[in-house]
Design a protein around this ligand. Structure first.
Ligand code: IPE
Ligand code: IPE
Ligand code: MG
Length: 234
């Protein structure tokens, strides 16, 4: 669809899905990973070039040890299992967030996969140990470091676009549409800077149940955006 280059998703509701199916929470996360694979196909079909998914927040470290280690194992095996499939489908894999918080072995796998898939024409951005306030604060520190080195020159001339170059998403366009599943109406510290003009779509559907029909509804809601923005665009 025209104007829909980048979709970002807060993949929420895996735990509730697992509970509804009388399964362990990790089964919900596994089903969530399958939903992500389907989502990539929907995006491709629609001509979307970037898909960003919130997979693990800076706050999620506070979950039980069992759940955190299960999620890390899932991430590690996802990378191992999907490596060739991503490459074959020309998916460029990228991670944003505090990757230094992840284990050395996962960091290595991520770096290798980013390098291996760098020529892909569809970008999957995975937010891991990600928090938008943390991202903005790290950007501010990096900017300040450069400003000190240059003796404070050009400080007053700093533009929004110049600052955005310090964010983890420096080479990724802002999301046009942000989807959150499972009925929660909040951003939970996701892409605060980048979401400034995004359209939002909320659904009660739990992430593992997010299917083509849901995707089409989200796209349909996005298609009315120009009317909602009204005069601003004219
Ligand atoms: C989202 O599902 C996935 C992660 C945060 C890793 P949740 O695990 O938050 O699922 P609910 O909100 O408990 O249903
Ligand atoms: C947001 O979901 C983070 C991810 C989807 C990874 P949470 O379930 O962790 O967020 P809160 O706690 O409901 O805000
Ligand atoms: Mg949740």
């Amino acid at each position: 669809m025209k104007g829909l280059r980048h979709i970002a998703v807060i993949m929420d509701g895996n735990g509730r899905w697992a509970a509804a199916h009388r399964k362990a929470r990790i089964s919900g996360h596994r089903a969530g990973a399958d939903a992500l694979d389907r989502m990539m196909h929907y995006c491709r079909d629609e001509g979307v070039e970037f898909l960003t998914v919130y997979a693990f927040s800076t706050e999620n470290w506070k979950r039980s040890k069992l759940e955190v280690s299960g999620l890390m194992k899932l991430l590690s095996s996802y990378i191992d299992k999907k490596k060739e499939e991503l490459k074959a489908n020309k998916v460029r894999f990228r991670v944003i967030g505090r990757r230094q918080d992840l284990s050395n072995s996962i960091q290595k796998k991520i770096a290798a996969l980013e390098e291996y898939t760098k020529d892909g024409d569809f970008t999957l951005v995975v937010a891991l140990s990600y928090g938008a306030r943390d991202e903005i604060l790290r950007a501010a520190k990096a900017f300040a470091r450069d400003a000190i080195t240059s003796g404070g020159k050009n400080l007053e001339a700093l533009k929004e676009d110049d600052f955005a170059k310090y964010l983890d998403t420096s080479d990724i366009p802002d999301p046009d549409l942000i989807i959150r599943t499972s009925g929660e109406l909040r951003l939970s510290n996701f892409l605060l800077w980048q979401a400034a003009y995004a359209e939002f779509y909320f659904t009660d559907t739990l992430w593992p149940d997010f299917d083509r029909e849901q995707f089409d509804k989200a796209i349909e809601s996005f298609s009315h955006r120009e009317r909602r923005l009204g005069a601003r665009l004219k």
